[in-house]
Design a protein around this ligand. Structure first.
Ligand code: UDP
Ligand code: MG
Length: 314
């Protein structure tokens, strides 16, 4: 059986269209399937549509959160409830073409545990694509795991890979990193970037920026290490400056002007201290969240049967 996991947040405009296209592809597959929609606290009619679809088709299930917990939590819930031999994660907006599912499954049958669909950046604004490119370049420099541009959450995971992902219980989840971290045999297929069919993207620039920072911080402590090096460098420069000035005073005597240098060094060092206090704060914040051990999401309603729930708990 193949499970399809679809996080949905205010997707009423595309959901039915998505369902039609996806089911068409799935019916042609030689496997049975289950379609798991995760309603991530939508405020529109997403839930109404999901109830209707689940009533129509016994292979359709839904999980509905009590509020918006974010796509990471939605994917985790979907994986948690899935029972297929392989799971495909799809966006609801048809940006991940369901037509690629048979190809993903084919490579799974050939023994790959992660089949990744990689997109190019066709049709995307120049600014966004060049910022992304720069980001991935920097990331791969500073972070231990390898992240690739154009590789997102659109992929097939074997049961083994799903269990590995589920065994990572951290609260701050950065899926791109987690997928790469678990390893396993990977196969990459390529597709052209498609624009969202209808509705709106939930990724404002500020959200993307936060996501980018998450990616750096959640995977290692290199930014902390970097702050030590930078602090050492600046301290060394400071000592040299003090020595230099001291010798100058011994030779020439004290001269009044010096206001500029003092102010500039205070500003510079103050700024750098603030940045790294922020870095340290980020890590402490994460420790704080992890130590609370809260669940990743709260389910308000779901369409799975009792026996399924019992099976999951085992
Ligand atoms: N999504 C979600 N919770 C959120 C934001 C997004 O479940 O808080 C879902 C959304 O419904 C969609 C997928 O994640 O199925 C990708 O979101 P979107 O298309 O807005 O992102 P983009 O493709 O623009 O990166
Ligand atoms: Mg999208």
């Amino acid at each position: 059986m193949i499970s399809i996991v679809v996080p949905c947040f205010n997707e009423q405009e595309v959901l039915e269209c998505f369902y039609r296209e996806t089911v068409k592809v799935l019916e042609d597959l030689e496997h049975t399937y289950e379609l798991i929609f995760v309603n991530d606290g939508s405020s529109d009619n997403t839930m109404g549509i999901l109830r209707k679809l689940a009533a129509q088709n016994p292979a359709v299930h839904y999980i509905s959160f009590s509020r918006n917990f974010g796509k990471e939590a939605a994917m985790l819930a979907g994986l948690n409830y899935s029972s297929g031999d392989a799971v495909v994660i799809l966006d609801a907006d048809l940006q991940h073409p369901p037509g690629l599912i048979p190809r993903l499954v084919k490579h799974f049958e050939n023994g790959y545990d992660q089949v990744i669909a990689k997109r190019n950046r066709k049709g995307e604004s120049l600014i966004r694509s060049s910022v992304s490119r720069l980001y991935y370049k920097l990331m791969n420099r500073f972070v231990d795991i390898n992240l690739e541009d154009g590789v997102g959450d659109f992929r097939l995971l074997s049961r083994k890979a799903v269990n590995a992902i589920l065994s990572l219980r951290e609260y701050n989840r950065f899926s791109k990193g987690l997928f790469s971290w678990i390893g396993f045999k990977e196969y990459v297929i390529y597709y052209d970037n498609v624009n969202r069919k209808a509705g709106q993207t939930k990724w404002a620039f500020s959200k993307l920026l936060n996501y980018g920072i998450d990616g750096v911080i959640s995977f290692n402590n290199k930014p902390l290490r970097m702050s030590i090096y930078m602090g050492l460098t600046i301290t060394l420069l400071g000592i040299l400056y003090v020595l230099f000035t001291f010798i100058k005073i011994m030779i020439n005597g004290i001269d009044q002007p010096g206001y500029f240098t003092i102010i500039s060094s205070i500003l510079l060092i103050g700024g750098i201290q603030l940045i790294f206090l922020g870095v340290i704060g980020e890590y402490i914040g994460r420790i704080y969240y992890e130590s609370k051990q809260r669940p990743h999401y709260i389910v308000e309603e779901e369409s799975f049967s009792k026996s399924h729930m019992e099976m999951m708990e085992q």
